[in-house]
Design a protein around this ligand. Structure first.
Ligand code: SAH
Ligand code: DHB
Ligand code: MG
Length: 216
């Protein structure tokens, strides 16, 4: 099985399961126009996050790593009318594209974009959040997991993206992004505050995967 097959199947699944969505298409076009890297979650994964938020009955969602707000739109759409997303983004230029995308998607009022290093923003936030999506600089994944647990409550759902990295996670490497996830997994070996698993994924974004945890 090749990357081509994974992408073909992802496109097939998206065509079968995901309704046409001009708002999300526009967001991706605006990202490209703004020079943002195309590292948004895949459409099927966006929908997965959306469904998870609905399953969890999430009213308050925290996202770390906004980019152009593609995943943020999926998450915000899962909220009840009075629900909110707080999303943290390092680069003002990314946040600006995201703000416009969120407003165009009609979820702007439900989303607060906090600009700056997430590690500066997170200590000021007050929980509890019902779902936390971690998708920023992978070097800090362990710090982000700690904040997610601190800002959670029993039952809070935590998803950490890109923890498999083409399978490189299983061995020590000199890639600090892979090592960031390896430190997180090592810490989870002795952590009784969460129940966690991780799933490997293939698709239009290649071979990667995510951590799924629930706060005890
Ligand atoms: N969740 C987005 C993709 C996020 S890409 C989606 O699926 O649509 C990762 C984002 O994290 C980038 O925009 C990057 O600028 C941001 N980022 C990197 N380091 C960060 C930090 N220290 N604090 C906050 N955001 C950071
Ligand atoms: C990268 C970051 C992501 O969040 C992602 O989903 C894919 C790639 C990256 O930094 O390369
Ligand atoms: Mg990601």
């Amino acid at each position: 099985m090749s990357e081509n097959t994974w992408a073909e199947v992802d496109d097939y699944l998206a065509a079968a399961l995901l309704p046409p969505d001009p708002v999300l298409d526009e967001a991706l076009a605006a990202n490209a126009q703004g020079g943002l890297p195309a590292i948004d979650v895949a459409p099927t994964q966006g929908r997965f996050l959306h469904l998870l938020a609905r399953i969890a009955g999430a009213r308050r969602i925290l996202e770390i790593g906004t980019l152009g707000g593609y995943s943020t739109i999926w998450l915000a759409r899962a909220l009840p009318p009075d629900g909110t997303v707080v999303t943290c983004e390092y680069f003002p230029a990314h946040a600006e594209v995201a703000r416009a995308n969120l407003d165009r998607a009609g979820v702007g009022e439900r989303v607060e974009v906090r600009v700056g290093p997430a590690l500066d923003t997170l200590p000021d936030l007050a929980g509890p959040f019902d779902l936390v999506f971690v998708d920023a600089d992978k070097e800090h994944n362990l710090d982000y997991l700690e904040h997610a647990i601190r800002l959670g409550r029993p039952g809070t759902v935590i998803v950490v993206d890109n923890v498999i990295r083409g399978g490189r996670v299983a061995r020590a490497t000199d890639d600090p992004r892979v090592e960031g996830s390896r430190r997180m997994f090592a810490a989870l070996e002795n952590d009784n505050r969460v129940d966690a698993t991780a799933l490997q994924t293939v698709g239009v974004k290649g071979y990667d995967g995510f951590l799924l945890a629930v706060v005890r």
